[in-house]
Design a protein around this ligand. Structure first.
Ligand code: ACO
Length: 400
């Protein structure tokens, strides 16, 4: 029997069923927990979205308050986690690395790591989701020589994250924009980090390990690491335009051609599943414009949309066989910059949202109880002959 065909990058391969989100790549439609993204993301609180994903329905008012209070009660991180973050800050590690290391220590917050009951797993899911913002914000402040701000149990998840980062209560437009962002990225089919978390938990490993693995996956620039470079691109093109006196469109055209003709990739464009514009880009674009109009400064937004238009034209011309459109990361950068975050916080903030999806998928995978274990077609040599080391000469063992 011949080996089945290899599907590179598992492109288009169905590996499981999920009720969490549906990604329709050709139509540019994203459904989360049964709701169109455009309806859910700008209206829901993050706690409502978590309830939807974890329990498969929107909460009533009292259930929502119960979940909010429960998560708020879990926000404090263990002391050794803070100590580790201090050590990471001394080395000035990127925030994403500190997040990965910090989340690993959350086993210390587990009352009984050997308890594998579904009740204990649910507490773990809530505990990790509640604590990730605290790990990020604590590290961020330590990195900048500031004392960490303890979580405020009275305010919502998104508002508290900004509060712990910035040390003061932020205006409601910024909180709404951040909440729209974390809702938009909470889940997205079988993306790489979600798949990673399911692969890990499918071995009956633990939930902390599955989330740590997912963070490692999200860090890469082909997944969650793109928004920082996407924003840098807009800044760089603006700087070039200011220096040359050319308009930003002309500089964007030169810049995009340089990158693509040099074999590089433009961050914030292209997607494995979407062949049309990523619907999250529209939702975040709307959130970004509201935010910038609120503070009466749309200069960056105007630059970004001008750059986007030119990049799309250049990609269409230079990669005519591909349909490379704007992805979520491009407008992520604008929204997060607009709420006052620096680019090193973009990927960790993606994790603050995506952990809702990871944990819901982990629960689905635990229920599915099936080890994920694909195969590889062997392409190495066969029938090599073993030679003792003294008989191998300098050429190693290539057989006799
Ligand atoms: N800029 C330039 N060329 C691109 C881009 C891009 N952003 N995206 C794809 N291409 C080109 C590739 O160079 C390749 O060209 P070739 O066939 O001439 O060699 C072709 O399109 C196909 O590329 P693949 O990597 O095979 O396509 P894939 O489906 O794996 O791409 C990916 C998806 C990895 C996201 C890609 O579009 C990319 O690298 N984008 C930039 C990084 C980015 O924005 N990542 C965030 C993604 S969204 C998220 O994960 C949350």
């Amino acid at each position: 029997m011949s080996d089945p065909q290899i599907i590179g990058g598992l492109e288009g391969v169905l590996v499981t069923e999920t009720r969490l989100s549906k990604v329709e790549g050709a139509a540019g439609v994203l459904t989360i927990g049964g709701f169109p993204l455009e309806e859910l993301a700008p209206n829901a609180t993050f706690e409502e979205v978590l309830h939807l994903l974890w329990f498969d329905r929107l909460p009533t008012a009292s259930e929502l308050e119960e979940l909010r209070a429960e998560l708020a009660g879990l926000r404090t991180i263990p002391e050794p986690t803070t100590d580790l973050l201090k050590a990471a800050a001394l080395k000035k590690l990127p925030t994403m690395d500190a997040l990965r290391m910090g989340v690993d220590t959350l086993t210390l917050a587990d009352a009984d790591p050997s308890d594998v009951s579904s009740e204990a797993d649910m507490i773990r899911v809530k505990s990790i989701t509640a604590r990730i913002p605290t790990v990020v914000a604590t590290y961020w402040r330590l990195l900048h020589g500031q004392d960490p701000v303890p979580p405020d149990p009275e305010i919502r998840h998104a508002a508290n994250y900004l509060y712990m980062l910035q040390g003061e209560k932020t205006h409601t437009d910024a909180v709404r924009a951040l909440e729209t962002y974390i809702n938009s990225v909470v889940d997205h089919g079988m993306n790489n980090s979600t798949f990673t978390s399911r692969v890990i938990i499918s071995t009956r490993s633990d939930i902390v390990s599955a989330v740590v693995g997912a963070i490692g996956s999200l860090k890469g620039p082909l997944h969650g690491g793109a928004p920082g470079p996407a924003l840098d691109m807009v800044f760089e093109i603006r700087a070039r335009a200011d220096a040359s006196g050319k308009d930003i469109q002309e500089e964007a055209d030169i810049w995009a051609r340089e990158v693509v003709e040099g074999g590089g990739r433009i961050m914030g464009f292209g997607h494995r599943v979407y062949t049309v514009r990523d619907p999250r880009a529209d939702v975040l674009g709307t959130a970004a414009v509201k935010l910038f109009e609120g503070v009466d400064d749309t200069a960056l937004y105007d630059d970004a949309t001008a750059v986007e238009e030119v990049v799309l034209d250049v990609l269409a011309e230079l990669k005519p066989d591909r349909s490379i459109k704007t992805n979520v990361e491009f407008y992520t950068a604008l929204v997060l910059h607009g709420v006052g975050m620096e680019s090193d916080l973009f990927s960790p903030t993606f994790a603050v949202g995506r952990v809702g999806g990871w944990t819901a998928h982990i629960l689905e995978q635990i229920a599915e109880a099936r080890l994920i274990r694909p195969r590889a077609a062997y392409s190495g040599e066969l029938d090599r002959v073993w030679l003792p080391i003294e008989e191998r000469g300098n050429g190693g063992s290539r057989g006799g």
